[in-house]
Design a protein. Structure first.
Ligand code: URP
Ligand code: ZN
Ligand code: ZN
Length: 533
């Protein structure tokens, strides 16, 4: 089954049609909008043998001109001049880059949030990802009434229509013995090795320091990474009230109510608490210089802190929030907010110098009808922007094409580092013998243009509308199958696999030695003799 790139997946009716077509047969007749693109089986599930010839194969550690031979979804060989027999699909990659598919560490597909549900589900969101060169993502499970197991079950159901590999982080929204026990279950039985704590969204997802401390300790004992949404939720609530009192009810009030200082404060607080517990910390969506500098300081002092900027923070500035058209302005509302010009460039520099380590999207798309929920009050605008389809192109253009970043570092920040942090490297994040065949071919001389009219998200808007750039993903291979080629997507609902991520990744190496040194340094308790009265 193939989907033309120029036909956005707009409605559930369209999705049902796709599912229906997959379930009835591998029909040879092609309804409007579908076409077979040269596969042995038009269901697209057959195992393929592929030889990618003559490209520059890029891993985070080196690049070389080589061929890549793929069989049964696995990279079999990477070396020059590989000879193959018949029945092998040959792709000429001369003059192009052959790179690991992108891994997006931060997405929200079909998430219930702020009185609505994100518009992209595990089908449309992942189809969009594949069209943009991302072959795996890690989504955030939101517990059901605080219950982790119920949340996990719900997300496994949502992901039944997955078309590519995915993993899960788990949010922690309340604390009791059941949650603590369920964290063990998630790590030991369900392949989750990271938990997110929201320090903002007062009254819904926000947790207090006491819970954060408990959570950090539990994460450490399980070898799981603690992640934080770092904004001071109490101060944000005050900032919002201040704006409403001033009569500022439009989207610009969103940015004004939660300035960078509140992100910096919460980032610093989370870093210090993680230091106190001596456990690694991962700061999601780093949007400001203030937060970035706290991370830089901690890393310089030797603390294990990972900083994740997102495409929107690296590319955009907040001027859009002042746009006179509400629909245009509202689409840029996300948290922490997109900042004033200058923060974007500082984040780019931090990414290129290793102060920040990997790039996500925080893909959390809402259409203009959903965004209209806050037309009278910016506090009701569902927070979130798109990016899952655009990240690989935007980062290439902004960082590599501009000369700010090497090609190997591009692979590191878009794929390899994510695989390492979440302990699935080198299965993912590399083109090595034995790695999963999740591969993209990028033509550095071709151009891209972003538009809601041609993107694959279900949303009717795109925060990068009209953006043009250099460097185009021309082929995406997922699980060893060509799923995007010649501008056409060929995806199969249900073919996506849940990727388990084991605990105690590299960030935990040596933590126990630091603990031992700390305990040895205490010089306590002192054995005292009781003095006679
Ligand atoms: O605005 C955002 N970031 N929406 C998604 C939820 C979150 O905070 O990650
Ligand atoms: Zn967040
Ligand atoms: Zn998010």
């Amino acid at each position: 089954m193939a989907i033309r790139a120029r036909r956005p997946l707009r409605s559930d009716a369209f999705l049902l049609l796709v599912l229906f077509l997959v379930s009835i047969s591998c029909s040879t007749s092609e309804p409007q909008g579908f076409c077979a693109v040269g596969y042995e089986s038009d269901c697209g599930l057959s195992s393929e043998k592929i030889l990618i010839k003559g490209g520059t194969v890029v891993n985070a550690h080196r690049k070389e001109v080589a061929d890549v031979y793929i069989e049964d979804g696995i990279v079999v060989s990477v070396r020059p001049n590989i000879k193959v027999g018949d029945h092998v699909k040959i792709i000429d990659a001369t003059g192009k880059y052959v790179m690991p598919g992108g891994i997006d560490p931060h997405t929200h597909l079909e998430m219930e949030f702020m009185g609505t549900v994100t518009i992209d589900d595990f089908f449309t969101g992942q189809a969009a990802a594949l069209a943009g060169g991302t072959t795996m993502h890690i989504d955030f499970v939101i517990p059901v009434n605080g219950n982790l197991s119920a949340g996990f079950e719900s997300y496994m159901n949502k992901a039944k229509k997955a078309v590519m590999d995915y993993g899960f982080h788990m949010a922690i929204t309340k604390w009791d013995e059941g949650v603590s026990k369920d964290m063990e279950l998630m790590v030991n039985e369900h392949g989750i090795n990271s938990f997110k704590f929201f320090m903002a969204y007062k009254g819904s997802l926000m947790i207090r320091d006491e819970l954060l401390l408990q959570g950090l300790q539990k994460c450490k004992s399980l070898g799981a990474i603690a992640m934080v949404h770092a904004e001071n939720g109490d101060a944000v609530a005050e900032g919002q009230k201040r704006m409403i009192d001033l009569g500022i009810t439009g989207p610009e009030g969103h940015a004004l109510s939660r300035p960078p200082v509140l992100e910096g404060e919460a980032t610093a607080r989370a870093i210090r608490l993680a230091n106190f517990v001596n456990t690694p910390l991962y700061v999601v969506h780093v949007m400001s210089i203030d937060a970035m500098e706290e991370i830089a300081k901690a890393r310089k002092a030797g603390q294990r802190v990972i900083g994740e900027p997102v495409a929107s923070g690296l590319i955009l500035d907040d001027s859009w929030l002042w746009h006179p058209d509400y629909t245009t302005a509202a689409k840029y509302v996300m948290s922490p907010p997109i900042r004033t010009s200058g923060h974007d460039k500082a984040l780019q520099a931090a990414l290129s110098t290793g102060v920040l380590q990997l790039v996500g999207t925080d893909h959390c798309a809402f259409n203009s009808t959903q965004k209209a929920l806050g037309s009278e009050d910016f506090r009701k605008i569902p927070n979130g922007v798109n990016g899952i389809e655009e990240r690989m192109h935007l980062i290439w253009d902004k960082m590599v094409e501009s000369g700010q970043m090497t090609v190997t570092d591009y692979v590191r920040v878009t794929s390899t580092e994510c695989a390492k942090v979440f302990n699935i490297y080198p299965r993912k994040g590399a083109i090595l013998e034995g790695s999963d065949a999740d591969i993209i071919i990028l033509n550095p001389n071709a151009s891209f243009k972003i538009a809601a009219a041609s993107h694959h998200s279900r949303s009717d808007t795109n925060v990068y509308e009209g953006t043009k750039g250099k460097g185009k993903v021309e082929v995406t291979i997922s699980q060893g199958r060509v799923v995007y080629e010649d501008g056409k997507l060929k995806v199969t609902p249900g073919s996506g696999r849940y990727i388990r991520m084991p605990p105690f990744g590299y960030l935990f190496d040596g933590i126990e030695k630091a603990d031992a040194a700390y305990f040895a340094s205490l010089n306590a308790p002192i054995q005292r003799t009781k003095s006679a009265a």
